[in-house]
Design a protein around this ligand. Structure first.
Ligand SMILES: CC(C)(COP(=O)(O)OP(=O)(O)OC[C@H]1O[C@@H](n2cnc3c(N)ncnc32)[C@H](O)[C@@H]1OP(=O)(O)O)[C@@H](O)C(=O)NCCC(=O)NCCS
Length: 176
């Protein structure tokens, strides 16, 4: 299976692409994916998010998608922190792979490309966080060179009742 990863630029943000990205995220959230939403995001919300990331520009943010046979298989992005004293660093978010393409290396390819683009942009530390019950994400990030630097017990509230840990990972991208 040939996985192609590339950075999304303004001219890629067509109606068709936005529809596909919205369907991907909505389907995963409806399926219970821990992507930061408690219910599937609207198409408008997804469109705003994609534009925000792409508008930040390639030195400050990068939206990367993975395609298989011209189908959108997955996506993810990093963005520099807004706080001036955190500007050398960026946060990796919304790594999401279609249910049709799981366990075939799509997320690994995405994360590798996101790490590569962040390194090229001079990002010093790439952070991310995920929900404590997301063991797939944990294995993925550990195998991609991230390490746990903290864990906030019972921090994530997917609903009114449940509380899950927030796990914090970092990969240091500075040259050794
Ligand atoms: C987590 C997610 C991105 C993994 O995508 P994927 O394309 O299936 O992952 P890959 O095939 O690239 O897997 C790479 C490695 O991650 C780990 N991994 C991925 N999914 C896993 C799972 N369900 N259980 C255990 N380990 C898993 C494995 O170490 C795997 O390597 P291996 O297949 O050689 O054992 C995907 O399940 C997803 O989109 N989940 C919903 C959204 C989400 O949770 N995103 C992360 C939030 S930060």
């Amino acid at each position: 299976m040939a996985i192609r990863c590339h950075t999304v630029e303004n001219h890629h943000l067509t109606t068709d692409f936005t529809d596909q990205a919205a369907i991907l995220l909505q389907t995963l959230v409806a399926d219970g994916a821990a992507l930061g939403w408690t219910s599937p995001p609207s198409r408008a919300e997804v469109a705003d998010l994609l534009w925000e990331v792409v508008d930040d520009g390639p030195k400050d943010a990068r939206l990367v998608i993975a395609s298989v046979d011209d189908r959108l298989a997955g996506m993810g992005f990093w963005r520099r922190y807004l706080r001036p004293t955190y500007r050398p660093h960026a946060d990796l978010e919304k790594v999401a792979v279609s249910l049709d393409f799981r366990r075939r290396g799509v997320a690994r390819s995405l994360v590798e490309e996101l790490v590569l683009t962040a390194t090229d942009a001079g990002v010093e530390m790439l952070t991310l966080d995920f929900r404590g019950d997301n063991l797939g994400a944990e294995q993925l990030y550990l195998s991609c060179g991230f390490r746990e630097y903290g864990r906030l017990p019972h921090f994530v509230a997917p609903d009114d009742v449940h509380r899950l840990d927030r796990v914090l990972h970092v990969r240091d991208l500075r040259p050794a």
